[in-house]
Design a protein around this ligand. Structure first.
Ligand code: COA
Length: 259
């Protein structure tokens, strides 16, 4: 367990909070482990009827911890199967409970792609969603290479992946990435109100509806294909340059490196 993921369970609602605000809720391997443990435990606990994902601070998440990416790249590790991120992604694919997300500020990388697995997404009006995998010389994960074009259409999804620009809350709503945009000060109460409504619904009917709407096996297969490619990319000279540039706080220069 890590102090950077907080769990609260009351009235059928399990609230999972990203609590690493000083690092913009960048997600470490330990945090993925805690999230995976919580989602796996929720599946075995009949008193959990809804899971609410939220974050402390001014942004939902700056995505995967880039320092950890850099260590995997330098150590030459696989960045693959043994990492907790894979367990977290599979838990998202397999989740039967409705997942509600409350997102303020930026949601970068997996901060956005995890929303594709949430069943009800509330954005604060300051939310900005981005998936700059290519900017880091990486590839999309969390089955987003399948889910994003399915949700937004190919050209919007390609632009989000290839250029990495942030999408505003209003565009995200119009494009089908979210259910509601609410004023920032109402985000917590609105998200809890939706979670409470879902918790009052018949759980069996809800979970069966979710199962019928999603192909968990297909999602898992796509995640595994992406992870294999992601692990290769992490070790690439392009990715080394991207991580160095992040640490040095300068723009990367991909012309100078082999791909
Ligand atoms: N991994 C590790 N640390 C991160 C991080 C990440 N993904 N994102 C932010 N941080 C850290 C910063 O290094 C900084 O640490 P420091 O205070 O010890 O120097 C702290 O969080 C605050 O970040 P900062 O960049 O100063 O905040 P900001 O509000 O100016 O910018 C972001 C916020 C999210 C726009 C910017 O931090 C960013 O672009 N992060 C990288 C996002 C990314 O590419 N994620 C991976 C996607 S695949």
């Amino acid at each position: 367990m890590t102090e950077h993921i907080q769990r609260q369970h009351a009235d059928g609602i399990l609230t999972l909070t990203l609590a690493r605000a000083d690092k913009k809720n960048a997600i470490t391997d330990a945090m993925y482990g805690a999230l995976a443990d919580a989602l796996e435990a929720a599946e075995r606990d009949s008193t959990v009827r809804v899971v609410l994902l939220r974050a402390e601070g001014d942004m939902f998440s700056a995505g995967n911890d880039i320092g950890e990416f850099a260590s995997i790249a330098v150590s030459g590790g696989s960045g693959g199967g043994e990492r907790n991120v894979i367990r977290f992604l599979h838990a998202l694919a397999r989740a039967t409970r409705p997942l509600v997300a409350a997102v303020q500020g930026r949601a970068v990388g997996i901060g956005t792609t995890m929303l594709l697995h949430c069943d009800f997404v509330l954005l604060a009006d300051d939310a900005q969603l981005s998936t700059p995998f290519v900017n880091l010389a990486l590839v999309p994960e969390a089955a987003s290479s399948l889910l994003m074009p399915a949700r937004l259409g190919y050209v919007r999804a390609f632009e989000m992946f290839a250029l990495g620009d942030a999408v505003s809350a209003q565009s995200a709503l119009a494009w089908g990435l979210a259910n509601r945009v609410v004023p920032l000060y109402q985000l917590g109460t609105e998200a809890m109100a939706i979670a409470e409504r879902l918790a009052r619904q018949p759980l069996g009917a809800l979970t069966e509806t979710k199962r019928l709407m999603r192909n968990a096996e297909l999602l898992k297969q796509q995640m595994d294909a992406e992870s294999a490619c992601f692990a290769q990319r992490l070790k690439s000279p392009e990715a080394h340059e991207a991580f160095r540039a992040f640490v040095d706080r300068r723009p990367p220069n991909f012309h100078a490196v082999a791909h």
